[in-house]
Design a protein around this ligand. Structure first.
Ligand code: LLP
Length: 431
């Protein structure tokens, strides 16, 4: 669900034609729909309302402070994984008590900053990390809360590079070790261990992995409570799906119907439920607008070469991820009803959409049925709002795109396009 629609063959973000944005801001450009962010955030809150969860938006998916600020205004907390993300959260005015901080490699400086900021919970990934945070808190005379990240050892049935909740992983500790963890560290005066954290991978298009994982966490909570450890919060992580293809993801109600009943008893006993959604809120809220540079034949294949690529949207190269691509301006009869890999339209040709980067992997779409396009035409790469700009780089010394946020009929540049001067701004001056 999003607010990118064709009107008379022109793709609009809310009420603004994407071509008008590209005329003014150039390409490539990430264009976001504020209404889509808000719609997803509100729908998620609504579906899980019975649990009154704390929703900590996962900054790693989409970190522009303008976008974060709008989510904060709606009551969102933040899920951060670095000092840099904490800085972004602070800059966006997030309530620090609603910030959770995960990540296997927190440095002393990052930990001190988070202690000083008085964040809600440190999500702890190992014994060594607990000891280090407790030591630093002690030195600073500070106090913080900790959630232990446990691996429920369920298969999230997603890409190997984004599966995290199994036993053999660098994240968290397994459930058997969790019991010992609480025995050893459960009484620390500087770091109160009073919560559990799960994150089993993403995206997860079935509800079963959540059901299994939460079921195991609830059993663990009962055992820990029986041993005198008060568990005040359960953070079930992120990973809810997005519609890269039409209707690919379960709805929030589908997730909630299975998850809410499992957590109701915990909530009734005064427990707080935390969610860490990223892509499900952000992915469909953004597109990457690009321009066709050249068309080239390579043997039997047709390559559409565009002015963006893996340096701005890494997901296809990294995970073979599908992103629907369609011109921003087409004959109204040639607008697909649904964004799928095989649109049911006449006159399509099979082509590869590729970027300018000197790597064979720089492919945005492989052997895809597309409208024939020409040099100078613009294409929209859909569902690029999450892990698009967030994972963009300057590889091949390419400046990163502008970011534009649309609200109704207004489009605002929320990050200017990088310049060549930006590329060398941090190289120290020559001799
Ligand atoms: N919480 C934790 C602890 C996480 O590690 C992640 C994502 C999330 C929440 C948010 O997951 P989400 O709701 O956005 O699925 N770059 C990849 C995905 C890697 C996700 C890493 N962790 C992508 O482009 O699909």
């Amino acid at each position: 669900m999003d607010f990118f629609r064709y009107h008379d063959g022109r793709l609009h973000c809310e009420d603004v034609p994407l071509d008008a944005i590209a005329d003014a801001a150039g390409t490539p450009a990430f264009v976001y729909s504020q209404r889509t962010f808000e719609h997803h955030y509100d729908a998620l809150v609504g579906a899980f309302a019975e649990l009154e969860p704390t929703i900590c938006f996962s900054i790693k998916s989409c970190g522009n402070v303008h976008i974060l600020r709008h989510l904060v205004a709606r009551g969102a907390g933040m899920d951060v994984v670095s000092g840099g993300e904490l800085f972004r959260a602070q800059h966006a005015g997030a309530d620090m008590a609603r910030v959770v901080y995960a990540g296997v490699g927190k440095t002393d400086q990052e930990i001190r900053d988070a202690l000083e900021a008085r964040i809600g919970w440190f999500n702890i990934e190992s014994e060594a990390e607990f000891e280090n945070i407790a030591r630093l808190a002690g030195e600073m005379g500070a106090h913080a809360q900790a959630a232990l990240r446990v691996n429920p050892d369920v298969d999230p049935q997603t890409h190997a590079k984004t599966s995290t909740g199994q036993k053999e992983t660098k994240f968290g500790v397994d459930i058997e070790r969790a019991r010992q963890f609480f025995e050893t560290y459960g009484k620390n005066p500087h770091l109160t261990l009073n919560a559990l954290h799960l994150h089993i991978g993403s995206p997860i298009y079935q509800t079963e992995p959540y059901e299994h994982a939460i079921g195991k966490a609830i059993t663990l909570i009962q055992q820990l409570t029986a041993r005198g450890h008060a568990i005040e919060a359960l953070d079930i992580g992120g990973g809810f799906g997005a519609d890269y293809e039409a209707n690919q993801s379960p709805s929030y109600d589908d997730y909630a119907q299975r998850i809410v009943p499992l957590l109701q008893p915990f909530k009734r006993n005064g427990g707080r439920v935390i969610l860490e959604p990223g892509r499900t809120i952000a992915a469909n809220a953004g597109v990457l607008v690009t321009e066709v540079l050249y068309i080239k034949q390579g043997g039997s294949r047709t390559f559409v070469i565009v002015d963006t690529g893996m340096h701005h949207l890494l997901r296809p190269a990294l995970y073979d991820a599908f992103h629907f691509i369609w011109p921003t301006h087409v004959d109204p009869a040639l607008v697909p009803e649904q964004r799928t890999a095989t649109p049911d339209l006449p006159g399509l040709v099979t082509c590869d959409v590729v970027g300018p980067i000197c790597e064979t992997g720089d492919t945005l779409a492989r052997e895809r049925a597309q409208r024939p396009v020409e040099r100078g035409q613009r294409l929209a790469i859909f569902a690029a709002g999450a892990y698009g700009m967030a994972m963009a780089s300057n590889y091949n010394a390419m400046p990163r795109p502008a970011e534009i946020l649309v609200d109704g009929d207004e489009a605002q540049v929320i990050r200017r396009r990088e310049t060549y001067a930006d590329l060398i701004a941090r190289d120290l001056p020559l001799g």
